[in-house]
Design a protein around this ligand. Structure first.
Ligand code: ZN
Length: 307
């Protein structure tokens, strides 16, 4: 399949990136960081998650963060693990929710302390909540869709079953997440093609961690399957605190570079995006941001060479 003409990069740095840090950033610095990300042209930014402040103290200021970015020209997204989180996000003014459910039972237990079936019931309740609010959208992100830190391989049949289950309760957008970087490009291709065939009519997104160096290759495989919604974290920060061995997401700079050089429009200004990550670096001086493009700098000239 040919590459999509354009792709939506969902920036998850303020959530996936900051949740895994040892330190808790001040809200004002998060707001400034999100402002710089928005200034680069990113329009969909996962700004926080509405979770228990006891389990994820780094994001305990979720409502304050959302209030602080209200005037930015972006669609803020909040990750929610349950109905309580969804209610909190909606009360704070978020209209786009990202619900997380793990394909593997043990990661779901570790991540949200529920069985998958219990999570599915929460999701159904959130979809019902959204049913009364036409501008409220819910994406279901299936964690460990390409491998689990506790169970190892995750059968494709299980991925298909859970895509079907979330579609059944009314979700139209499904994210497939490689939480700990187990996936490879051929697995990504086979998984996406099988999902698209078995459950057509859904919008698929992908969320890759670069734990084992496959992140960008996996993103390319997804683009070749026509997937045009890709998560990434500026600087390549990120990781799930409840998945042993988890490390950073695909770096947004590297993904934007990949897309733009191949002629897939992202609307993101790479130089300005690097400015946002450099700001992040100044407030996290002890963290090594793995983004390659951030280290090397955007090329001059930058843009498609194939057209
Ligand atoms: Zn992640």
């Amino acid at each position: 399949m040919s590459l999509p003409a354009s792709a939506t990069i969902v920036e998850v740095g303020p959530r996936d990136g900051l949740q895994n840090l040892r330190q808790v950033l001040p809200t004002a610095e998060k707001i400034r960081y999100i402002g710089l990300l928005a200034a680069s042209g990113l329009t969909v930014i996962e700004v926080t998650s509405f979770v228990s402040p006891k389990t994820v103290p780094q994001l305990a200021d979720a409502a304050e963060t959302v209030a602080g970015i209200r005037n930015l020209p972006i669609t803020p997204v909040a990750l929610v693990p349950n109905l309580k989180g969804a209610r909190g996000a909606v009360a704070a003014g978020v209209r786009r929710l990202n619900f997380v459910l793990s394909v593997s039972a043990s990661h779901n237990r570790s991540n949200v302390n529920r069985t998958r079936e219990e999570s599915l019931k929460e999701l159904a309740a959130i979809v019902a909540l959204a049913g009364g609010a036409p501008d409220l959208t819910v994406r279901a992100s299936l964690a460990t869709a390409f491998g689990c830190p506790f169970e190892g391989r995750v059968p494709l049949a299980e991925v298909l079953r859970w895509v079907g289950a979330v579609a059944e309760v009314g979700v139209r957008e499904v994210g497939l997440a490689d939480t700990v970087g187990y996936g490879n490009p051929e697995q990504v291709r086979q998984t996406l093609l099988a999902c698209q065939e078995r459950h057509p009519g859904l919008t698929y997104g992908v969320h890759f961690h670069d734990t084992r160096g496959m992140g960008i290759a996996n993103a390319l495989a997804a683009l070749h399957c026509g997937v045009a919604v890709l998560d990434a974290a500026s600087g390549g920060l990120g990781g799930c605190p409840f998945a042993p061995g988890a490390t950073g997401n695909v770096a947004t700079e590297d993904l934007v570079f990949l897309c733009e050089e191949m002629g897939v429009k992202t609307g993101v200004d790479l130089a300005r995006l690097c400015e946002a990550s450099r700001f992040l670096q100044t407030i996290l001086p002890d963290v090594d941001l793995p983004s390659r493009v951030l280290k090397a700098g955007p090329p001059r000239p930058c843009g498609p060479i194939l057209k």
